[in-house]
Design a protein around this ligand. Structure first.
Ligand code: ATP
Ligand code: MG
Length: 211
């Protein structure tokens, strides 16, 4: 697809990466408010293929499942795009490679990296983080239970965007499924229906999750 097809060429592009196992309203409320707060033209929600920092710490659902649920959840939301760029690249997912590819696709655009406060605290451990800090402006959104100071983000161009605080995580959602607690209003209808139909996150589910 050409950069102009259907849209004006975006000038301010956000990248919001995650494992999204599964995507929940905490992600969705954060991303639309970050997009609005920082006047972004478009945000790519990028599903990690192999989230290498989580590998071997817990089972991860197949990338195609995580991507399909994200895509269905944001269908029709203006400005949001589900991106399988890291899945197509394969292997371990490094944000810096995604930023480089995004810059190649949109050479005129300024690239912003949206991260929750917990992810922001870990940035120093990311692959080639120094180079990454030269390529992007961070958009840090608040996340209940964590905080990050501008001193901790020294060296990064940073914007803080206040979003409605929603104290949920995918870890909490997976526990809810196992314990048969309610999912309503924490996930989109599509995601809830899929979890119920497929048994995802339940004991003995048919969809194999990689350890
Ligand atoms: P897990 O519990 O499996 O780690 P998670 O809910 O933290 O899942 P991730 O896919 O790890 O979700 O996070 C992707 C991005 O979304 C990170 O930048 C994270 O900080 C942000 N994020 C996740 N949940 C929230 C939330 N409730 N509010 C704000 N930001 C969030
Ligand atoms: Mg997380």
């Amino acid at each position: 697809m050409s950069a102009n097809e259907g849209h004006a060429t975006p000038k301010r592009i956000g990248i919001f990466g995650g494992t999204f196992d599964p995507v929940h309203v905490g992600h969705l409320v954060a991303v639309v408010n970050a997009m609005h707060g920082a006047s972004l033209d478009r945000v790519l929600m990028v599903v990690a293929n192999v989230p290498w920092q989580k590998e071997r710490t817990r089972a991860i659902s197949p990338a195609w499942v995580r991507f399909a649920l994200l895509k269905a959840s944001i269908d029709g939301v203006e400005g949001l795009e589900a991106s399988d760029i890291e899945i197509r690249r394969g292997g371990k997912s490094y944000t810096i490679d995604t930023v480089r590819e995004t810059k190649a696709r949109y050479p005129e655009a300024e690239v912003f990296l949206i991260v929750g406060a917990d992810a922001a605290r870990g940035l120093a451990s990311w692959e080639r983080s120094e180079r990454l800090s030269e390529l992007v402006t961070l958009i840090v959104v608040n996340r209940p239970g964590t905080s990050v100071t501008s001193e901790e983000l020294a060296g990064w161009r940073t914007l803080f965007v206040e979003v409605p605080a929603i104290d949920i995580s995918s870890t909490d959602i997976r526990a809810r499924v196992r314990e048969h607690r309610p999912l309503d209003f924490l996930l989109t209808r599509e995601t809830i229906d899929f979890i119920h139909r497929s048994g995802l996150y339940s004991e003995g589910a048919e969809i194999a999750r990689e350890q």
